[in-house]
Structure formats: C-alpha cells, structure tokens
Design a protein around this ligand. Structure first.
Ligand code: SF4
Length: 461
C-alpha cells in the first residue's frame, strides 16, 4: 500500500511507548485478567437477578450499572477509540480475544481451515448479531446480553481450543466486530509501522521470532486494520515501531489493489445501512404506522396468529413483568424495517459511488471511494449507541441540554472528514476538472445517504 511508503512524522516518545508495551507485557497480561474477571461478573451476574424496579438507579442496582457499563460506555467509546488509537482495545483490553488466545496455548493447535478464512464472515457475523440483538433487545435485558455476549465468548473459547497455538484465530476471522474495528482503525493517527528496508537488513544479533496473536504478516504490514496494537513486535529487527501518521492518511492513499469487497459491503450495507435501520426502527413513525396498518389488516381478517406473543425470550423480546413483549408481527416488522433500510441506504450509496467511479473512468473505483465513508459510518454507529447512554443518564435526571448541538457537531465532523477523504481519493484519479467536480458531487450524494437518516431521526421525527 502506498500509504506505507510515505514518510511518517518521527515521534520518539511514541516509539518508546510501543517498546514499553513490549517490555511491560506482564502488566498488560495483568490488566487483561482484571478486565476478564470484571467482564464475566458483569455479563453473568445480572442475568440471574430480577429486573430492576422502576425506582432503581445506576448506582444501587447491578443490572442497571452493568447495562450502563456495557452499552452506555464500553461499546460507544470502544468504537471511538478505534478511530483515535487503532485497535488498542483488542490487543490490551478485550477479554474475549485474551481468553481465546490463552486457551489456544493448551488446545489442539490445528491449522486454520479454509472455511474459517472466508472473507464474508465479518459481514455475516455483524449483520447476524446486530439484527438478533434487536429482536431480543440485547441493550435492555441482561439475559439477552448474556446470550449474545456470552455466546460470542464461548464461541471464541471453542475456536481457541481447536485452532491455532497461542493465536487469536477467532479475532482474526470470526469475531462479529472484527470487520468494524478494522475499518475504523484505518483512520487512526497512530499505528505500528514496519520499515521494510530495515527489516530486510541482516540483523546484527540473533532475532527471536515474534508471536503475533492475530496472525498479522508483520513484515508486510501496511494497514492498521488487522494489527491489535499489542506492542509485542515493537522494535523487532529495528524495523517496527509505534508511529504517528496523518489521520485518515491510510484511506487517502488507498490503492485499488488494497480494497476488499467484503469490507466495502460491511461498511455500506452493514455499518451504515443495517446499523441505521437497527437504531432507527423504535423511533420511526413509519414503523408505528406500518405496525398499526398490519395489525388492523390482520384483525379485520380474523387472522390472529401473527399477533401471538407467547414466544421464548431468546427468540423475541418477552418480559411481561416489564410490559415489554414482542409479537410475531413485531419481529417480522423489525426484520422488514432493518432490511429495507439496509437495502435502500446501502443501494443509494452504492449507486452514487458507481456513478462517481464511472466519471473517474475507474471500473472498480466505487470500492476505493467507499472507504472515504468510514468516518460517517463510525460517527453514525457512535451516535446510535450513545442514544442509550443519553437515555440511561436522563433516567437518572442527567439531561444534556446541548445534545442536539453535540449531535449536529459530530455529524458535521464525520461529513467533513468523509468529504475530505473523498476529495483526496478523487484527486488521485487525476480526472479532468469538470469530471472530477462531477465525481465529487456524486460522492457527496452517496455521503448524504449516510447523513440524512440521522438528521431525520434526531431533528425531524
Ligand atoms: S503486528 Fe501483531 S504483534 Fe505487532 S503490535 Fe500488531 S498485533 Fe501486536
């Protein structure tokens, strides 16, 4: 990738920080054990407690505290951290990756089979967990959280026990958020950088091989997408160091040979399209209208099967004690809403990206241009997730009076960042001025597809 060939700003303190991570690996392991213990406690215990009473608070109810910790703080701010620091979460804090790697030390150590390496897993796993999470109300109920998060952890352990030795095969190929984290980390202003010339230089002393748990080819590493920022390779062969780079430079310099179709599908139809549908349906007046119309239509025909709600909680939300029960019709409409949003929004964006690529006379240029939408995708998911943070805080009487302005600022920042990356990518195609301007307009139309649904949700409905 050409981004790696660019001279990076020299930051001695960053390089030293990277080496400190390698030298103090014991500390990182200690932190990982503590996070694992806290994670297991917070994900398991609330599932066996009664649901909070209406007068319970974050500070006196473990279920509410765990809900706030997981969905109000952890998840939205992990996403932000990806854009600011790369995948430090994965390499230093994530309990699931850590436990998968630990058990792989004692497992069967089998080679990774081809089916696990299939490039579509991040897309399928993200869609699956996002949609299923909505059906069982994963953000609201601890049993659902245990099923989704705990199920993922059990799968990570199982994969670690069978495949790889001292590796994170789960994280590299199957983790439902691996693709999202990889995309967002491409924006980060820090990364572990390999100097190929230094690497090729015969070393003066014996080189001890590095165990890169997420199976990164460190010698050829040119992207921050797969590196977990664990620091184990810092200083290796005097060629790898933690370094600064211009934010978004990896995207701006992306070549057609560096793109991945599945990654683009994940961004356009998953992180943008599906996530918008998932965050929007419960606030959408269209959803309410469709539900009322469908229910009327069914009642008029004495067809009550779809209005039944005797459904297990692990299939559809079912908490009569909290007056929160989904019918089959609810489930179908949620699936329909999210699916329609994903197809319409993703389709709109794909269409305009293809128009831009045609104008640039670049057959697969739409794939390269799609990466410029990563800031909007990241900001959108953060806004959606932080909606729960806001709801939980307002239930405690903490109301952010400047919330509309803050949301507007974040959306504006994401839009400006995406447009700036779009301009950089269009320029790289060196089109004639008129076609370049037209391609930029087409790109802006694509970006609007990722902005307008949030504007409708926050300011129009
Ligand atoms: S390349 Fe591998 S070993 Fe090096 S920091 Fe990234 S994850 Fe760790």
């Amino acid at each position: 990738m050409s981004a790696c060939a660019l001279p990076a700003p020299r930051s001695a303190w960053l390089a030293q920080l990277g080496e400190a991570m390698r030298r103090h690996r014991g500390w990182i392991l200690g932190i990982q054990w503590v996070v694992l213990a806290a994670y297991l406690f917070l994900v398991i215990t609330p599932a066996f407690l009664p649901l909070p009473e209406s007068d319970a608070h974050l500070w006196d109810n473990l279920t509410l505290a765990a809900q706030f910790a997981f969905w109000g703080i952890w998840w939205p701010f992990v996403l932000i951290s990806m854009m600011l620091m790369g995948r430090v979460w994965c390499g230093v804090l994530c309990p699931e990756g850590f436990v998968s790697e630990q058990v792989s030390r004692f497992g069967l150590g089998r080679p990774v089979p081809r089916w696990i390496k299939w490039g579509g897993w991040p897309f399928v796993a993200f869609l699956g967990t996002t949609i299923y999470g909505q059906l069982v109300s994963v953000y609201e109920y601890p049993k659902a959280a245990l099923l989704v998060l705990g199920g993922s952890t059990v799968a990570a352990i199982a994969v670690g026990l069978v495949y790889g030795r001292n590796k994170r095969v789960w994280c590299r190929h199957l983790c439902p958020v691996n693709g999202v984290f990889g995309l967002l980390a491409r924006l980060a202003p820090v990364h572990f950088r390999t100097d190929r010339d230094a690497w090729e230089t015969p070393p003066a002393k014996k080189v001890i091989p590095i165990n890169c748990a997420p199976l990164v080819d460190i010698r050829r590493m040119a992207s921050a997408a797969e590196c977990h920022m664990c620091g184990r390779c810092a200083g290796h062969r005097d060629a790898v160091r933690l370094a600064a780079r211009a934010p978004g430079s990896e995207i701006a310099q992306l070549g057609t040979q560096d793109v991945d179709r599945w990654e683009v599908h994940l961004l356009v139809f998953g992180i943008i399209g599906t996530a918008i549908g998932a965050f929007q349906w419960s606030a959408s007046p269209w959803f309410v209208q469709a539900k009322l119309a469908a229910a009327d239509w069914l009642v008029e025909r004495d067809a009550f099967a779809l209005l039944g709600d005797d459904i297990p909680w692990w299939l559809l939300t079912h908490y009569p004690e909290a007056n929160d029960v989904f019918t089959w019709l609810d489930g179908l409409l949620i699936l329909g809403y999210i699916g329609t949003a994903a197809v319409l929004i993703g389709g709109w964006i794909s269409l305009w990206l293809r128009v831009a690529a045609q104008l640039l006379r670049e057959p697969d240029g739409h794939l390269r241009l799609a990466y410029a939408l990563i800031p909007l995708g990241g900001v959108g998911v953060f806004l959606g997730l932080s909606g729960l943070t806001v709801t939980l805080l307002s239930a405690e009487g903490i109301v952010l009076s400047t919330l509309p302005e803050l949301r507007g600022l974040l959306l504006a920042a994401g839009t400006i960042a995406s447009l700036a990356l779009g301009i950089a990518q269009v320029r790289r195609a060196v089109p004639p001025r008129t076609r370049g301007a037209a391609a930029l307009l087409a790109f802006a139309a694509a970006a609007a597809g990722a902005v307008m649904p949030w504007v409708a949700m926050f300011y129009l409905w």
